[in-house]
Design a protein around this ligand. Structure first.
Ligand SMILES: *Cc1c(COP(=O)(O)O)cnc(C)c1O
Length: 385
């Protein structure tokens, strides 16, 4: 059983104050400007109709790696299709990792990102698990600074919007033998995105998967890798068909306790104000949003527990009113209130299905920090432009 004694080390990268300024880092990825960037009307069409992950900016950042050369050819160039051998290892064995973070426009026009040092550290933790080369943390931040510097006009201004940044690393060596590849590419692409909640908070209905698991002990659960997402697609599709928006996965070893959603961590709040989230046992991806929420709650003097959350106990606590709120969290949606939890033999409504007070407060505090409307006592915000 997972108990708090199984707690794995949490990620810690440099804070924004510990990183060199963007103006110093960005030149590490020299820019060759896109010769045919999107025309003004095409740009306006995208920026006036923001969705998630559909439209991309004019540029992408990139670096290459081989065992002999290490990381080299750091650059920013035109966003363009990749040229890849059909034998590229990533296409066959899934040697791939990614990250997700956002660039936020503040009221004074400046552009900032949230805890890039955390994401840099997480990329490298994922890299180690997938036998990929680590990227120096400052080069990771440099790639974001260079790309957002080149694509500043794609950082939206509308309330709640942002430029979503997607760094990723892939094995490009054309080789069908099974070993870690000898040619790797690191890239960053960017997509202007609208607020996730156009009509404010909308509590979602969650299906608890009992027949499928996304990861197992010793697997890749603590790494941010496409393979884990591939494992979540079929359960996700089946849940959609039943009328649910998201799937919550249970631990594969016992099938008794909550781990996380396909791409979001999960929290529950007790009637006495205690906040609980599943502990990091190696099968859960440590979210930057999760880590930040824990910090904000501790700052506020709240009781916070990272522990095993048993499904049967939780259902009982929701029914009896001992658990009064639940939410999922991640960079894309920030915080998603959970209004309903159902599985093969249960179906419960959390509180009255409306977003709770603590959930709403956390959402406001976190987004206020990200958009520069509130003090940032932990040096989370890093200025890109
Ligand atoms: C990315 C991700 C999260 C959320 O991480 P954030 O850093 O908060 O965006 C949670 N679970 C999984 C499986 C993820 O891939």
């Amino acid at each position: 059983m997972s108990t708090s004694s199984d707690q794995v080390a949490t990620l810690s990268g440099p804070t924004a104050a510990e990183l060199r300024p963007a103006a110093e880092l960005a030149p590490r990825f020299p820019l060759t400007a896109n010769a045919s960037p999107a025309a003004a009307d095409a740009h306006a069409q995208v920026m006036d109709h923001l969705t998630f992950g559909v439209a991309f900016t004019d540029h992408m950042a990139r670096a290459s790696w081989t065992p002999a050369e290490g990381w080299h050819a750091h650059r920013v160039g035109a966003f363009a299709p990749l040229t890849l051998s059909p034998a590229a290892a990533v296409l066959h064995y899934g040697q791939e990792i990614f990250e997700g973070l956002k660039a936020y426009r503040h009221d004074d026009g400046s552009v900032w990102t949230f805890r890039p040092g955390f994401n840099a550290a997480r990329l490298n933790a994922s890299a180690r698990r997938l036998a990929l080369p680590e990227l120096p943390e400052e080069d990771f931040v440099a790639s974001l600074a260079a790309l957002v510097g080149a694509d500043e006009r794609w950082v939206p201004e509308a309330a709640g919007s942002s430029l979503y940044l997607r760094p990723f690393m892939i094995a490009t060596e054309p080789f069908l033998g099974v070993r870690s590849a000898h040619a790797i590419e690191y890239l960053v692409i960017a997509s202007p995105v609208g607020p996730y909640f156009v009509h404010g908070f909308q509590p979602v209905a969650i299906w608890v998967a009992q027949d499928y698991h996304r990861v197992g002990r010793g697997g890749m659960g603590a790494a941010k890798t496409g393979g884990n997402y591939a494992a979540s697609l079929l359960p996700q599709q089946e849940a959609y068909a039943k009328g649910f928006e998201q799937v919550c996965f249970l631990d594969a070893a016992t099938g008794t306790h909550l781990e996380e959603l396909g791409g979001m961590n999960v929290f529950v709040i007790d009637a006495d104000g205690t906040v609980r989230t599943p502990s990091l046992t190696g099968t859960i991806l440590e979210g930057g949003t999760r880590a930040s929420i824990l910090q904000l709650l501790r700052d506020g003097g709240r009781t916070v527990r990272e522990e095993t959350i048993a499904l049967t106990e939780l259902l009982e606590q929701i029914r009896s009113g001992e658990v009064v709120e639940a939410f999922a969290c991640g960079t894309a949606a920030v915080i998603t209130p959970i209004g309903r939890l159902a599985g093969e033999d249960f179906d419960v409504t959390v509180a009255d299905g409306a977003p709770g007070q603590v959930t709403t407060e956390l959402y406001t505090t976190l987004t206020d920090i990200q958009y520069g409307r509130r003090e940032d006592p932990h040096d989370w915000m890093y200025r890109l432009v």
